[in-house]
Design a protein around this ligand. Structure first.
Ligand code: E4P
Length: 215
């Protein structure tokens, strides 16, 4: 799930389909979180609700700052993935943190070359941002497919995590493109579960059952 909203995570987790959570500073800010202490408390609560990796983003712009933050975040919860941006400073930080054994979600990835560099640096997962590329007239999902195909060709172990998912078609297409993971907003998750024929079918079963009971 792609959210920092505790209630959404609680509701999503009950469905039994959630294998991790991704957060970022904007998602945290939308929950009124604006400092490391509150972010840590929220992440710890999320980690108690979900059995899987929780991605937590650094806010530093330089490599030493990212490394220091990453090392701290790694102590917050049992299964952290530290989110590091796809920048030169980010690659430097990824390579240092990966050598420490810290799991990395390489974020803000907008090109296949950025994904290749992150994989070389030691990213556990790379997050191509599909929706934001679509927004500027590119085909974000093509990048996901390209990264998957190259990683498979070279047996690169870095996972491909489709991010910036905007609608249900993105979820299907990410799976079709071979993405290992998709991080999905709660609204889209609920839409994935919906089908009008399922609703109509349930209503008919119910009506037929009640009719038979009265006859
Ligand atoms: C997840 O890791 C990303 O931070 C997130 O999917 C970004 O999505 P957005 O483009 O909707 O902000």
């Amino acid at each position: 799930m792609d959210t920092a909203n505790i209630q959404e995570i609680r509701d999503g987790a009950r469905l039994g389909v959630i294998s991790g959570v991704t957060t970022n500073p904007s998602l945290a800010a939308s929950e009124g979180i604006g400092n490391a202490q509150d972010y840590k408390a929220a992440v710890q609560e999320i980690s108690d609700l979900v059995d899987g990796p929780i991605s937590v983003e650094v806010v530093s712009q330089d490599a030493p700052g990212m490394v220091a933050e990453g090392r701290e975040i790694a102590e917050w919860i049992p299964n952290p993935w530290v989110k590091i941006p796809s920048t030169p400073a980010g690659f430097e930080a990824i390579s240092i943190l990966a050598r420490d054994g810290i799991k990395i979600n390489q974020t803000l990835c907008f090109s296949t070359n950025q994904a290749l560099l992150g994989a070389q640096a030691g990213s556990t997962a790379v997050s191509p941002f599909v929706g934001r590329l679509d927004d500027i007239g590119h085909q974000g999902m093509q990048m996901v497919a390209e990264i998957v195909s190259i990683f498979r060709s070279y047996d690169i172990k870095t996972l491909v995590l489709a991010a910036s998912i905007r609608h249900t078609l993105h979820c299907t297409m990410a799976a079709q493109a071979g993405a290992d993971i998709a991080t999905v907003p709660y609204k889209v998750l609920l839409q994935m579960a919906q089908h009008p024929l399922t609703d109509a079918g349930m209503a008919r079963f119910q009506a037929d059952w009640e009719k038979a009971g009265k006859s």
